[in-house]
Design a protein around this ligand. Structure first.
Ligand code: NAP
Length: 309
């Protein structure tokens, strides 16, 4: 363990005064995660384990950055000597328009969860889609391409990345659900060409966008295998499930992107319905491993990262 290992929270005020606040830390902070809320994030313990396993003399820290502070934080980030950062709720979409370059994954989704700093430029990527794909394989021993998928929260940064991954994998069927329907409809227009071929037997359309409404959900769920929660509902233990619990049936498999020590209402309802479910811990692992590879251009020490979680 490093001498000054830290998991404390830094703020925009700290970033503005970075050399005085963190200049003496050994090893220095060169990586981190920006989010609001951020206290729950397990990325620091996972990424610090990866850095130790690879003998890299640097630390990864958490930064409580509010939506209104993101622009300033990213401006300062260019000058701090960082390798990169992760972005989590609510920054993934807002950050996309504030970076200097976007890789292919970021350009297609319009959202980023990883920034690499090179020559004071910010280069954005998203690793959520890749992390999701590997998590579904690990948790359920099944490939996305064989599934009829419903994404709740398809208008957010994570939901978009997952939707794109489903399209690239050519999954059987995709239903995009969002509280603000217009965002899901826009995404469906973009993804339309991936779903133009007939694959599913029966009348159900391969790609649909619907509002977060019980009647609309009920009409879809008989033709869905995998339900994904990509909303922040569940981050607080008292949060309700993002869809009415009575709609979950034994044939469903449920993936909740939320991870944490207490089980979400959605996963409790999944178990009560006799269906299979998993939380977002494996997605956290795989998206984090991919971020590590982007920062250091090498394979991540995945077993050390898994052990840290
Ligand atoms: P985001 O960009 O803020 O997106 C939020 C999405 O959820 C939007 O579609 C939004 O709908 C919807 N939403 C928000 N509050 C809602 C509510 N009360 N009821 C219904 N829908 C609501 O967030 P994000 O960055 O994508 O993150 C989403 C969640 O995924 C977070 O909890 C995050 O921790 C988790 N996550 C986990 C992993 C992992 O590795 N396990 C990776 C990424 C993200 P509108 O468009 O209508 O506002």
């Amino acid at each position: 363990m490093e001498k000054n290992q830290t998991t404390e929270r830094y703020t925009l005020a700290d970033i503005e005064n970075w050399s005085a606040v963190a200049g003496d830390l050994d090893p220095p902070i060169r990586l981190g995660i920006f989010g609001d809320p951020i206290a729950h994030s397990l990325s620091p313990q996972m990424q610090n384990a990866a850095l130790r396993a690879c003998g890299m003399e640097m630390q990864y820290a958490r930064f409580h950055i509010r939506a209104s502070e993101l622009r300033s934080a990213l401006l300062f980030l260019r000058k701090l000597g960082f390798v990169g950062i992760n972005l989590t709720v609510p920054h993934k979409i807002a950050a996309f328009i504030q970076i200097d370059e976007a890789d292919e994954s970021a350009t297609r989704t319009g959202a980023i969860n990883t920034i690499r700093v090179r020559d004071e430029k910010l280069i954005g990527s998203t690793t959520d889609g890749d992390g999701f794909l590997r998590a579904i394989r690990t948790e359920f021993s099944i490939d996305l391409r064989d599934l009829r998928v419903m994404i709740i929260g398809a208008g957010g940064g994570t939901g978009r990345a997952i939707a794109w991954q489903c399209a690239l994998e050519n999954c059987e069927r995709l239903v995009l659900v969002n509280r603000t329907l217009a965002k899901a409809s826009k995404l469906a227009d973009t993804l339309g060409p991936f779903f133009s071929g007939a694959r599913v037997l029966g009348p159900a359309a391969r790609l649909e966008a619907i509002a977060l409404d019980e009647t609309a959900l009920r009409a879809q769920l008989a033709d869905i295998d995998l339900i994904v929660n990509a909303t922040p509902l569940g981050m607080n233990p008292s949060d309700p499930a993002p869809i009415p619990e009575r709609l979950i049936a034994p044939h469903h498999i449920v993936f909740d992107c939320i991870y944490g020590s207490s089980r979400t209402a959605l996963l409790r309802a999944t178990e009560a319905a006799g269906a299979r479910g998993a939380n977002g811990l494996s997605m956290l692992l795989y998206q984090g491993a991919r971020s590590f590879s982007i920062w250091f251009n090498r394979d991540a020490p995945i077993e050390a990262m898994r052990a840290a979680l």
